[in-house]
Design a protein around this ligand. Structure first.
Ligand SMILES: Cc1ncc(COP(=O)(O)O)c(C=O)c1O
Length: 307
């Protein structure tokens, strides 16, 4: 968040024409804007103005601000997250997991710390942990399954100990279709002081997901598993964890100030959205969410149950 002085400086450098163009541009975009990236940065800028009282009483702007949050709000509601700032747009589940492994793992893992995975994980939920384990000296433990393809919960509990720092588990197995009781996994992991990441790629198209009810610390999914495009996905993370993590990538959009001596980071979610975002993909992901929620995830699940 820019300071009031910085904002006043920025405005001071803008001509009246530039300022009125900015506001007109903002109004023109309105709810139907096809450019969520621009909408989000305009929203952020106007939010900053509004928060420091520069446009304290312009009701139409306040109304527009409300409508502009619709895009992020849609994804927040889809996952049951507490706050839209906990929704990070990434290239897919793979990038989301790499982001957490690298940023969270890079600061939180020490030699001998343990990462618990299951034998059912997709490669995307194995290799990023191997890479960070190599970098930090952490150790990977793997929970086995029984003959019915179910996780052996006793074995899971036996693997947890004082060195367990991360439990990364799929919600639904892509190979076996096993539905994992991730609410219980999260509860047990938290009792041991571990953080959890749930790979929701195969879950989101088939069941209603509520990250708060599940008490997942991180949750990832990919657009193309939800009838959307490839190259776009979502990382959900609890804001206290995301706020404590360093950026994963550097570049535009993720900075607050830049200097050759050092830079400062933008607030969530921008801190983790470096560079020009996948604008078309974000729009298409929103349409995919509309499509699935329009049918109703419960109805999809019920139909699948009948098949
Ligand atoms: C369970 C699971 N996790 C992770 C992935 C990786 O997703 P992506 O390649 O979109 O990052 C997939 C799908 O390909 C998957 O089915």
């Amino acid at each position: 968040m820019a300071t009031k002085e910085e904002i006043l400086d920025a405005i001071g450098e803008m001509s009246v024409l530039e300022l009125s163009e900015l506001l007109k541009d903002f109004e023109d975009r309105g709810e139907g804007s096809a450019d969520p990236a621009k909408r989000r940065s305009t929203l952020r800028f106007l939010n900053e103005l509004y928060l420091v009282g520069i446009v304290p009483s312009i009701d139409p702007i306040v109304e527009l601000l409300k409508s502009l949050v619709a895009e992020d709000e849609k994804t927040r509601e889809f996952l049951g997250a507490a706050d839209e700032r906990e929704i990070i747009f990434v290239r897919g589940a793979t990038e989301g997991i790499n982001l957490v492994a690298s940023s969270w793992g890079g600061t939180e893992l020490s030699p001998g710390d343990e990462i618990v995975l299951t034998v059912m994980e997709h490669h995307s939920n194995i290799v990023p942990w191997q890479l960070i384990a190599e970098r930090t000296g952490a150790v990977i433990k793997v929970v086995p399954i029984d003959n019915a393809g179910e996780l052996i919960m006793d074995e899971f509990e036996k693997l947890l100990g004082p060195r367990t720092k991360m439990v990364a588990v799929t919600h639904v197995s892509n190979a076996l279709g096993t539905v994992v009781d991730v609410a219980t996994i999260n509860r047990i992991a938290h009792n041991h002081g571990a953080v959890t990441l749930i790979d929701g790629c195969q879950a989101v198209p088939h069941m209603a997901v509520d990250v708060q009810a599940l008490d997942a610390d991180f949750y990832v999914f990919s657009g193309h598993k939800l009838y959307g495009p490839s190259g776009i996905g979502v990382l959900y993370g609890k804001s206290d964890l995301l706020n404590a993590m360093p950026p994963y990538q550097g570049g535009g959009e993720m900075i607050n100030t830049v200097g050759f001596e050092g830079s400062t980071w933008a607030e969530l979610p921008y801190k983790f959205e470096a560079g020009t975002p996948h604008i078309a993909g974000t729009i298409a992901l929103g349409a995919a969410i509309d499509y699935v929620t329009g049918i109703g995830v419960e109805r999809i699940a019920a139909h699948e149950g009948e098949l």
